[in-house]
Every structure is written in structure tokens, then in C-alpha cells.
Write a protein that binds this ligand. Structure first.
Ligand code: B12
Length: 433
């Protein structure tokens, strides 16, 4: 047994007791409070990257810890507007991507911050510039595809809209075209939901010409229709992790009275109870739904008479605390880079049960120095696997390291959240997207 395994086992013994005492509660309101608390706890954890989506979720909640929310807003400002804050930036990226900038603008609105200031106008101009460049890419260079994704494009439109900013009709038109499959682009459920939220905001904002408003209304009907139709027998829309955004759209468009909605809510609460929501980003997309809110509610927030009643329970560790088992498991790890038929790596790895896929990759890299190598990049969603055996997507290349359970089931969680089972075979496959 290696020193790393011993170290992990020791952590298990230290953690086992408090985790047992702090199980996920039963009952809907207790569950919602528990999730709220988890996000509040995350916001106070200085080792976690600041995430404007977490802030937005806390603000859209019924219960608040106003002091802690204010502290978190300050940390966000340090990162996203370092020039305006007194302290040094927290080490995050200098230039946030379009989606993060959009999320930050949503966060500022959720804090009722006035952005009609010099700094605020700069942020808006920056976001408009990103959207303009994306629009050009879609029209001329990208064959209908943006530089980032239609998900981030939709977030950009939504953020400008909740601030009541006028948006170039051509920018809106490109999103309408994508939704209408004019370019043959297949949008994921999450992307459809985010685009739908952007359309719903544009419709309410009444800033556009009548013909555009008519096209927007039609797009909303199509998106909500296809989301409702996609409901699975388990009640989810797409998979369980796309359901929070899908349900936000149903709330935003007044469809929460449809019979599909309570079924979806049951699925979300059931999964929450079973501890399936542990990723901060997904948790932050979920909490508003459980409070009956969507991102559209940010537009009308007044930040007055809020319930300052949420107290952080310091006796329990966060539910994301890892519990490793004493049993050892075996995981098969293979690496494929099609069209090459050869498998670049294929070995079995021994790990304590409860280890994450990231732990498996680390162990593989330690076991055969030079044999297995990998790189990750921090995102708001956690560590993204960006390179394996030196292979990574070049700039503009639409390929990624897909995580599969053999032979071809795409994993629904990332490397730090997914816990392989004994005997499981994982394939890392360099795939197009
Ligand atoms: C677009 C997208 C992708 C694109 C990103 C490419 C790009 N340049 O935009 C691609 C196709 C590469 C992708 C890959 C994966 N994705 Co994805 N993705 C999304 C989506 C629709 C939007 C993400 C986004 O733009 N966020 C907004 C910006 C502002 O945040 P950001 O942190 O800067 O965004 C980056 C990260 O989110 C990262 N990213 C995207 N997906 C994932 C997944 C994980 C686990 C991590 C750590 C990072 C990550 O790419 C973004 C752009 O750089 C979300 C939907 C959602 N509800 O969040 C799903 C989503 C996050 N993805 C998901 C999954 C499961 C994956 C994969 C693990 C699938 C797989 N089996 O391989 C892989 C990642 C594997 C790896 N190498 O580590 C799940 C995560 C569920 C969960 N339990 O947490 C989501 C929620 C979709 C879903 N409903 O199932 N994804």
C-alpha cells in the first residue's frame, strides 16, 4: 500500500463521523435550506474559485445571510473589476470569457448595483463587443457556429437584457436562427433552456420592433414545446443536470402550472435527496428553481426587506466532503484518439472506493512516469480535462476529451465529481463537439 493510499485512508477515518451526523435532510423545505446552506458555505470557502452563478443563486433565494453575501460580492468585484477594488485580484483570469462576464453582470443586477457608472458602462461595452465578434463569426467565418458556444452567447444576451440594455437586432437574429436550426446546429437541452431564458427576457423587456418580437414569441413557443416534449419518464428534461435550467425556463414563461412541472420538481428533489447535486455550478442553477425563481427575476429585484435569517451551520462539513472507503477497487483506464485505431494507453488502476476519476488519473500518472500524462484547466464547473498523453485541442479546434464508460456511455459528471465503481472501464476519447 503506497503512502498516498494510507494518507487517503486516514482522511476517511477523520471524516467518517461528522459526515454521518450531517446527512441530507428529508422534507422539501429542509432540502432547499440544506442546498442554500451548501452554497453559502461554498461562498465562504476561500479555496474555491469565486463564481458569480453561486452569488446569483444566493440572491434569488428566499433566505439570506446578507453580510456573507456582501463579502462574496466584494470578492467577485476583486476578480472581475480589479481596478475598482482596493485589494489585489484573487488570481483568476484577467480577461473573463463572455459567459463569465455575462454571469458577473447578472450578479451585479442581483445585487441591485447601479451600472450606469464609468466602470459599469465599460463592462456593458465589453460584453456588447464580445457579442458583436460572435455574430461576425457566426455569419462569416464559423459556418453558423460562434467562437465560444450558443450557451455563452445566450448568457450574454440575457445579461444585457436583465439590465434593460438595448441589443443589436442582428445579434438577436443570430440566436433566433440557431434556435430555428437554420444552420443545422444541434443545441443541447441546457443551451436551448438558456436561449429560451434570453428570449423570454427580450419579450418582457419590450425594447424591440414588432416583427422581431413576433419571431421571439414564436421561438419561445418552440423552445418550451421541445423542452416539455423531451421530458423523460423519470421527470427530467434532458438529463437531471440540464433540468434546473429547463425548469427555470418553464417558470419564466409561466408554464409552472403544466403537469410536467411538478413531475420535474419531484425528480429534482429526489436527486437532491440522494446527494446527486454536488457540483457548485449545477447547485447554483438548481436553487432558484426550488425557490420558484428564474434568472428573469433578477431584472425586477429591488433588494429590499430581505429575510436575513440564514445562519451557517459550522458543525457539519460540506456535503462535497469526500468519503473514501476502506475497500480497494479496480478501474480500467483506456485512452483513444480516433481515427487512430490504436489505444494510446490501457491499464488497470487500484484505488480506494469512493475515489474520483481525477484521483484515478493522478494515480495512473504516478504509477508509470511518462506512460500516462494529463492536464486540466480550472473552470466554474470544476477541473476540465484538456490534454491526455500530450494531445490537446488547438485554438479553434472543436475537439475535447470525452469521458466515457465503456463501451460508449458518455459520463454525466466531470473528472472531479465522478466516482468510478469497482470493475468499471473508463475511456478517455478525443472527440468532436
Ligand atoms: C458547452 C458545454 C460543453 C462544451 C464546452 C466547450 C466550449 N468551449 O464551450 C464541451 C462539449 C467541451 C463540454 C464537455 C463536457 N461536458 Co459540458 N457543458 C457545456 C454547457 C452546455 C455550457 C458550459 C458553459 O459554457 N458554461 C458557462 C461558462 C460561463 O462557464 P465556464 O466555467 O467558463 O464554462 C466552461 C466550463 O463549463 C467547461 N465545461 C463544459 N462542460 C463541462 C463539464 C465539466 C464537468 C467541467 C469540469 C467543465 C465543463 O467549458 C466551458 C467553456 O470553456 C454546460 C451546461 C450547464 N448547465 O452548465 C454543459 C455541462 C456542464 N457539461 C457536462 C458534462 C457532463 C460534460 C462532459 C464531462 C461530458 C463527457 N462525458 O465528456 C465534458 C467534459 C469532459 C472533460 N474533458 O473534462 C454536464 C455537467 C453535469 C455535472 N454533473 O456537473 C453539463 C451540465 C451538461 C449536462 N446537462 O449534462 N461541455
Amino acid at each position: 500500500m503506497g503512502p498516498r493510499v494510507l494518507q487517503l485512508l486516514l482522511i476517511l477515518h477523520v471524516l467518517a463521523l461528522p459526515v454521518q451526523l450531517c446527512a441530507i435532510p428529508r422534507g422539501n423545505s429542509a432540502l432547499i435550506k440544506h442546498l442554500n446552506m451548501e452554497l453559502l458555505r461554498l461562498s465562504q470557502d476561500l479555496s474555491e474559485e469565486v463564481n458569480p452563478s453561486v452569488y446569483v443563486a444566493l440572491r434569488l433565494s428566499a433566505d439570506h445571510s446578507l453580510k456573507k453575501e456582501a463579502q462574496y460580492l466584494k470578492r467577485l468585484k476583486n476578480v472581475f473589476q480589479p481596478s475598482t477594488s482596493s485589494s489585489v485580484a484573487g488570481g483568476q483570469q484577467k480577461q473573463p470569457n463572455m459567459g463569465r462576464l455575462a454571469l458577473y453582470l447578472l450578479a451585479l443586477r442581483a445585487a441591485c448595483q447601479n451600472i450606469d457608472t464609468h466602470q459599469g458602462r465599460q463592462l456593458v461595452t465589453q460584453l456588447k463587443y464580445h457579442l458583436h465578434k460572435e455574430k461576425e463569426q457566426i455569419a462569416f467565418k464559423g459556418n453558423g457556429r460562434p467562437i465560444t458556444s450558443y450557451y455563452q452567447y445566450s448568457l450574454g444576451v440575457l445579461a444585457l437584457c436583465v439590465h434593460g440594455k438595448k441589443i443589436d437586432p442582428h445579434v438577436i437574429q443570430k440566436l433566433l436562427d440557431a434556435e430555428n436550426f437554420m444552420h443545422g446546429v444541434k443545441l443541447s437541452m441546457d443551451t436551448k433552456a438558456m436561449a429560451g431564458l434570453a428570449f423570454a427576457c427580450l419579450k418582457q423587456a419590450k425594447l424591440n420592433e414588432l416583427t422581431l418580437v413576433a419571431a421571439i414569441s414564436l421561438a419561445i413557443q418552440r423552445v418550451t414545446g421541445s423542452i416539455l416534449q423531451a421530458q423523460t419518464t423519470k421527470g427530467t428534461f434532458g438529463n437531471i443536470f440540464s433540468s434546473p435550467l429547463a425548469m427555470q425556463l418553464l417558470i419564466a414563461t409561466g408554464m409552472s402550472k403544466k403537469p410536467e412541472f411538478p413531475k420535474g420538481m419531484d425528480a429534482l428533489l429526489g436527486s437532491l435527496e440522494q446527494g446527486h447535486f454536488q457540483n457548485p455550478m449545477i447547485m447554483s442553477q438548481l436553487l432558484p428553481v426550488l425557490n420558484g425563481k428564474s434568472y428573469l427575476d433578477i431584472a425586477t429585484m429591488e433588494c429590499r426587506a430581505e429575510q436575513d435569517t440564514l445562519e451557517l451551520d459550522t458543525t457539519c462539513p460540506g456535503s462535497r466532503t469526500v468519503i473514501l472507503g476502506t475497500k480497494m477497487i479496480t478501474v480500467q483506464l483506456a485512452v483513444e484518439n480516433p481515427p487512430s485505431p490504436e489505444t494510446l494507453y490501457n491499464h488497470s488502476i487500484q484505488m480506494p472506493s469512493g475515489s474520483s476519476l481525477l484521483d484515478v488519473l493522478r494515480t495512473a500518472a504516478e504509477q508509470g512516469p511518462g506512460q500516462f500524462t494529463f492536464e486540466t484547466q480550472n473552470t466554474l464547473h470544476g477541473p476540465l480535462l484538456t490534454a491526455v498523453m500530450g494531445v490537446k485541442a488547438s485554438k479553434g479546434e472543436r475537439r475535447y476529451w470525452q469521458l466515457l464508460q465503456a463501451p460508449d456511455t458518455s459520463l454525466q459528471k466531470g473528472i472531479s465529481d465522478y466516482q468510478p465503481q469497482d470493475g468499471e472501464s473508463i475511456i478517455l476519447k478525443f472527440s468532436p463537439w
